[in-house]
Design a protein around this ligand. Structure first.
Ligand SMILES: C[S@@+](CC[C@H](N)C(=O)[O-])C[C@H]1O[C@@H](n2cnc3c(N)ncnc32)[C@H](O)[C@@H]1O
Length: 268
């Protein structure tokens, strides 16, 4: 955070929800709320050094425009706060997504090994046979919790550029929308190396949702996912949509598409 102590220029961006600060030649985008905190901090450099908690908060909300965000660091610092929307119970969706995946989307597909990509604290694990399941995630803190919650299941901490375990099926439930295009393309190439025959992606797929939020979010349409998947030799064989209760019932989001789309792709 030392860079924050040397601000060369501050300017408003055209987007009214955030401010862009140029710090040591790099552009950083902050939510307006946080940029006010920064203005106060900048008025007193000693305060900056003393107030580590505020600095951590700012760092967490910091979006680097010119250099990619360190996703692993983001998710570990975030602890368990954004694994699912807070204060809506275990299933803010209003349904159990693990049950939808295991009993509907994948019900007719036999497999020996299934990878839960971005498993968080293992919320969906119990819907799968522990002998066939591997949960993988960047967030070591979430994985500790997953092991505590489900001691008989296997979990593996990975890095952003890790190779993934060999398997027959991969599912990523609300994970890919938190990765930018470049990162996602690299993830998909490495998923192909797992020799899996099926990949299931579930996200809210709509272009109108706000971006530059916490956690980092990059909304894509079904067509965009189809193109990305066709590039690694996978085609869409099944699509299902379920309304996501927490968003469908919120005045902030209910004018947008609040359906959770489940897309199942098969290797060509
Ligand atoms: C919104 S949470 C969803 C967690 C879980 N699928 C669930 O529904 O309970 C997204 C999870 O994906 C993980 N994640 C994000 N990007 C990842 C990546 N590139 N590789 C592995 N895990 C990732 C995060 O650490 C986080 O635990």
């Amino acid at each position: 955070m030392k860079v924050l102590e040397k601000i060369f220029s501050v300017k408003n961006s055209e987007n009214r929800s955030h401010k862009v600060f140029t710090i040591l030649g790099l552009k950083f985008k902050f939510k307006l709320k946080d940029s006010n905190i920064i203005n106060i901090l900048l008025e007193n450099n000693k305060l900056i050094r003393k107030n580590q908690r505020l600095l951590n908060k700012i760092e967490k909300r910091m979006y680097m425009l010119d250099i990619p965000l360190d996703y692993k660091k983001f998710w570990i610092n975030d602890d368990l706060q954004n694994i699912i929307p807070l204060n809506w119970g275990k299933y803010p969706e209003g349904f159990n997504p693990g049950e939808v995946i295991s009993k509907e989307i994948l019900k007719d597909i036999p497999y020996n090994t299934i990878v839960d990509f971005g498993c968080g604290y293992g919320r969906l694990s119990e819907n799968f046979n522990p002998k066939k399941y591997i949960g993988i995630d960047l967030n070591s803190k979430a994985l500790e919790k997953a092991k505590e919650n489900n001691p008989e299941y296997n979990y593996l901490e990975i890095n952003i550029d890790s190779e993934y375990p060999k398997c027959d099926i991969v599912f990523a439930y609300t994970v890919f929308l938190h990765n930018d295009d470049k990162t996602l393309k690299s993830i998909l190439c490495r998923l192909k190396n797992t020799n899996c025959k099926y990949i299931m992606i579930a996200d809210i797929m709509s272009k109108n949702w706000p971006e530059n939020i916490i956690p980092p979010t990059y909304h894509r349409s079904v067509e965009e996912y189809n193109t990305l998947m066709s590039d690694i030799g996978f085609s869409l064989i099944l699509e299902k949509r379920y309304p996501y209760k927490r968003y469908a019932e919120s005045a902030e989001f209910n004018h947008l598409n609040t359906d959770m789309s489940f897309l199942l792709y098969k290797q060509d």
